[in-house]
Design a protein around this ligand. Structure first.
Ligand SMILES: [Zn+2]
Length: 371
């Protein structure tokens, strides 16, 4: 009978649950009911998985990916000039993150400048004000208020953070899930289990931002990909994982591997929602996997920028096609605004637009074991 690899309880109809190899939150579909119990699945989901999902949400949101459950949450952007925060929906529509409220006193007159997102919010704000100014006619103000949509005067800035001990554990779990899903045995990775349970620290997961090590047949899409290699001669067991064809990681599962030789791969195209056959795998040299510095983040920003630009270009194309993307519209105003209206957008212009957007993303590759 199958057992949960975290708590060792036997899995049955009452405690089994579908464990996603790649998180549902980032559009993952492949799953299995034979590796984790419901309790471990949900407790892992609350912390490490939630953290990784939050970090990758910028891309999930920009691509408006479809998930088995729920839609990607809004992303938070900042206007540099005012510090005002906006939430952007997966359709690309920005809205004020919270109502803004400014009070200035000029002699006998107090002026309130209020920005709200709905009539309800206006009513609440006015009712609050009425406590200090009893003669305010809340109904009249609310009934006469007209909601307006105004274009953003500048592009929003976004922060992209990847790393930290929780997110890295979630990435390690993806590696372990895939290994066990493909028939691997827990005994070969037993030392990793306490790490996943946050009982120990291991230095076995790190970003690996080099040329992609896995190619699929869907080259112009965005995929989550993974391959695992078990090599008993080299005594090594590791996985290479790519999220959204952009963020890639090595997970070193064992340096004492003596099980059968394994080479398995999987790619899932998150835009077309299909599994895509792997075209080629380019294994990483065993010595590199053994001796890679897993303690420090590798800071290959140019590679990350190159990959993110490619993904963003696809996102922009989708938003243009959907005619819904206000992010794109604002970006156009700031970059393509110089072209006359009706100009057909060329490849070069799209590149310019993406470059404008990339300037407003601040990536932080974080490696923090104390958090
Ligand atoms: Zn369990």
């Amino acid at each position: 009978m199958a057992t949960c690899y975290l708590c060792k309880s036997e899995l049955s109809g009452t405690n089994e649950s579908k464990e996603h190899i790649f998180l549902n939150a980032i559009g993952g579909r492949l799953g299995t009911k034979t590796i984790l119990c419901r309790e471990c699945n949900s407790s892992f989901g609350e912390k490490p998985d939630a953290e990784l999902a939050k970090q990758l949400n910028f891309v999930s949101n920009m691509l408006n990916i479809r998930r088995e459950r729920g839609t990607p949450p809004d992303i938070r952007g900042t206007l540099k000039s005012t510090g005002e925060q906006y939430l952007v929906s997966p359709e690309g529509k920005p809205a004020l993150a919270k109502p803004s409220f400014e009070k200035t006193v000029e002699g006998e007159t107090t002026v309130y400048q209020i920005k709200v997102r709905s009539h309800d919010e206006l009513r609440k704000t006015m009712e609050g004000l009425k406590r200090h100014h009893p003669d305010i006619n809340v109904d009249e103000i609310v009934n006469n208020a007209k909601m307006q949509t105004e274009p953003l005067s500048e592009m929003l800035h976004f922060q992209l953070v990847i790393g930290g001990s929780l997110a890295l554990r979630s990435i390690c779990k993806t590696a372990v899930n895939f290994y066990l899903f493909k028939g691997g045995e827990v005994k070969h990775i037993a030392h990793v289990i306490p790490y996943l349970k946050e009982e120990t620290n291991l230095e076995i997961v790190n970003q690996y931002l080099d040329d992609s090590r896995i190619k699929t047949e869907a080259t112009s899409s965005v995929s989550h990909s993974i391959f695992i290699i078990g090599d008993p001669k080299e005594r090594i067991l590791y996985t290479y994982i790519e999220f959204f064809s952009a963020f890639s990681f090595i997970v070193r599962l064992s340096t004492e591997y003596d099980g059968p030789a394994i080479t398995e791969s999987y790619s899932y195209d998150v835009l077309n929602e299909v599994e895509t056959p792997t075209a080629t795998i380019n294994p990483i040299e065993p010595e590199f996997v053994r001796t890679y510095d897993y303690r420090r983040a590798s800071l290959n920003f140019s590679k990350l920028t190159e990959r993110l630009s490619a993904v963003l270009k696809i996102a922009v194309g989708r938003q243009l096609n959907n005619h819904a993307g206000s992010i794109t519209k604002d970006a156009i105003a700031n970059s393509l605004g110089k072209y006359p209206e009706g100009t057909v957008i060329t490849e070069a212009m799209a590149d310019e637009l993406v470059a404008e957007m990339m300037k407003r993303i601040e990536p932080i590759i974080r490696r923090n074991l104390s958090d």
